[in-house]
Design a protein around this ligand. Structure first.
Ligand SMILES: [Zn+2]
Length: 358
């Protein structure tokens, strides 16, 4: 059984937050550490916040795999596909649009049934979403294990904190998979470029986190830069696709973009609260055990789960869109972007063609 002690009594390697005064577990060994999951100490809220988060993500994965809870693919609001319909339907633009639709409708009537089949509902691949869900489950379970076992010994503590980093890097890498895959589903070269790029970068960061020589305090800024660099890398594919589509509001990619901004705020807000030791720095000792849910690291944990959930919702938006609209949707978005801007020589307004009318 673990004994609880104060910060002054606890070994130096066990103290990470100078504002937490009590509730340090000692002398329990592996058995005591595992039993301490059901005790109150200064890691209880850290352990349980991520074990509960793990339960949520395990349920989301099961729900997706079995179809339980979402038997039907979510329908998309018509406005996402129509774009800014108001101006398109009036005046000369509206005339041109009606003429285009009429000609497309007659083409479709004449099309063979094989071509028509292509327009039918066909679910987008689910594996990129499972990569993300697996990354989230791995990160949350590694974190739960680390916070449970970190009190065993100096050596175990040094190993489990590295495992915690591995979980975080895996979550960052895995998060890019659904967003990059679904938004660049019809541009295979860019999709492969971004996915291979993020995976290689992620493996470099993983090696640095695992190698003993990079654990020295002098490498802390270097590790912080690598972590942030990996997260920042994700901005490129996101901005890349949003750039093409921002003029047509709302589109799934713009909706996803705002959700990802919210996710970024959760992660960065959590990292800031953690780094600044808010709120325990203002009242050391007050948030140790019973107020543990308010300690900076607990808030950081809760915000990580919230950020991952927002990301899951963002990926669902893209999946729902790709289930209903495949590469024809990209062609329409890109054509509107280039021709409306006159970048490819077209000065006239090219009307938006609703997918349902094709
Ligand atoms: Zn943690």
């Amino acid at each position: 059984m673990c004994r609880l002690c104060t910060r002054a009594e606890a070994p130096a390697w066990a103290v990470h937050n100078p504002y937490v005064e009590n509730g340090y577990r000692v002398t329990g060994g592996f058995r005591g550490a595992i039993r301490s999951v059901l005790m109150w100490h200064n890691e209880t809220a850290n352990i349980w916040s991520h074990l509960l988060g793990l339960t949520v993500f395990a349920l989301l994965t099961t729900s997706m795999a079995t179809g339980w809870g979402n038997a039907h693919a979510p329908a998309l609001p018509a406005s996402w596909i129509m774009g800014e319909e108001g101006e398109s339907w009036d005046g000369a633009g509206g005339e041109a649009l009606r003429a285009t639709i009429a000609s497309l409708a007659s083409t479709l009537d004449a099309a063979s049934s094989e071509e028509a089949v292509l327009l039918h509902y066909e679910p987008a691949p689910r594996w990129p979403m499972y990569v993300f869900l697996a990354g989230a489950c791995l990160c949350l379970s590694f974190s739960g294990i680390c916070h449970t076992l970190a009190c065993v010994s100096a050596q175990v503590s040094s190993i489990v904190w590295r495992i915690d980093y591995v979980g975080i890097v895996t979550l960052i890498m895995a998060s890019f998979y659904p967003v990059v895959y679904y938004s660049f589903m019809c541009v295979p070269a860019l999709r492969t470029f971004y996915l291979v790029g993020i995976s290689l970068f992620g493996f470099v960061v993983l090696s640095v986190m695992l190698l003993e020589r990079f654990q020295a305090p002098k490498y802390t800024p270097f590790r912080a830069v690598l972590f942030s660099g990996l997260g920042a890398f994700g901005i490129f594919p996101l901005l890349h696709q949003t750039l093409f589509t921002w003029r047509i509001v709302p589109t799934p990619m713009v909706v996803t973009f705002w959700l990802e901004i919210l996710m970024g705020m959760c992660y960065l807000g959590g990292a800031f609260i953690y780094a600044r030791a808010v709120p325990e720095r203002w009242n050391p000792g007050r948030f140790d055990v019973w107020g543990g849910t308010l300690c900076s690291h607990n808030l950081f944990h809760v915000l990580v789960v919230a950020g991952a959930y927002v990301h899951y919702r963002a990926a669902l938006v893209l999946i729902a869109w790709r289930d209903h609209h495949r590469c024809d949707a990209d062609a329409t978005l890109l054509r509107t972007f280039y021709l409306d801007n006159g970048w490819l020589g077209g000065r006239h307004h090219v009307p938006w063609i609703p997918h349902g009318e094709l």
